[in-house]
Design a protein around this ligand. Structure first.
Ligand code: ZN
Length: 236
């Protein structure tokens, strides 16, 4: 298997929420797209790990992923250990992605920033010839990071997901145990409220590039522009 794009996330619905649009868009273009979830989400307040597995499979179909796997690390205890890095480096060697999408490197939930570090450091290790695991060395060319909803930093770029937004929302909605089952105490917002929230956020990202919906990403390197006459997004 040689993937073009591979998304890493700590929990099963993280991928759909943070980068479902770009994954669907890359699939629409004709690229091979996959996702790896580090945990089964067994510590989540709602839904069993088994329910979430079925939901994740349904969401993968909506997004058109050619590959999805779960690494079964303990939920709420994703650790940046050498052992975990080797395991993920093995996954990267097996799937040979050109581009990795990783979670943002800061945040409240330790699983999220630890998943970010694991994806980043394992991508490097996977390219080392003498690494003590099997498989051909492979280092993804590019790592892009999803943006946190709160504490909005300046994104490096925004992808127009106007044509993919409804499918992204459909993929999120596959996680029925997370978003559609209303709890007694009403601690979790109902789906309509969540839809509004996602709609507002991705619509806002879209307005930054004068499109209806967008997903924002950040890269650590500079972006190269070849032709300044053809640069997109009108100045304001
Ligand atoms: Zn998460």
């Amino acid at each position: 298997m040689e993937l073009d794009v591979l998304a890493f996330a700590a929990h099963r619905d993280d991928t759909e929420i943070t980068c479902g649009g770009i994954l669907i868009k890359m699939k629409d273009i004709g690229y091979k797209v996959g996702a790896v979830d580090l945990t089964q989400g067994e510590k989540g307040s709602r839904g069993s790990a088994r329910e979430r597995a079925a939901e994740s499979e349904a969401a993968s179909k909506v997004m058109g992923l050619v590959h999805r796997e779960n690494l079964n690390l303990p939920d709420a205890r994703v650790e940046v250990s050498y052992e975990n890095k080797l395991m993920i480096a093995g996954v990267i060697r097996r799937l040979k992605p050109k581009v990795i999408i990783a979670p943002y490197w800061e945040g409240r939930h330790p699983d999220h920033y630890n998943a970010s570090r694991l994806a980043t450091e394992s991508s490097f290790l996977a390219g080392l010839k003498k690494l003590e695991i099997g498989g051909e060395p492979h280092r993804p060319f590019k790592i892009i990071y999803t943006m946190p909803f709160q504490g909005f930093n300046r994104p490096s770029f925004i992808v127009d997901i106007t044509d993919q937004f409804e499918r992204k929302m459909e993929a999120i909605k596959c996680y029925k145990s997370q978003f559609l089952v209303q709890d007694e105490g009403g601690i979790f917002p109902p789906w309509d409220d969540l839809y509004d929230r996602f709609h507002s956020y991705f619509h806002y990202c879209g307005t930054l590039i004068f499109k209806k919906y967008g997903e924002a990403f950040i890269v650590k390197e500079a972006m190269e522009i070849e032709d300044v006459v053809k640069m997109p997004v009108r100045s304001v």
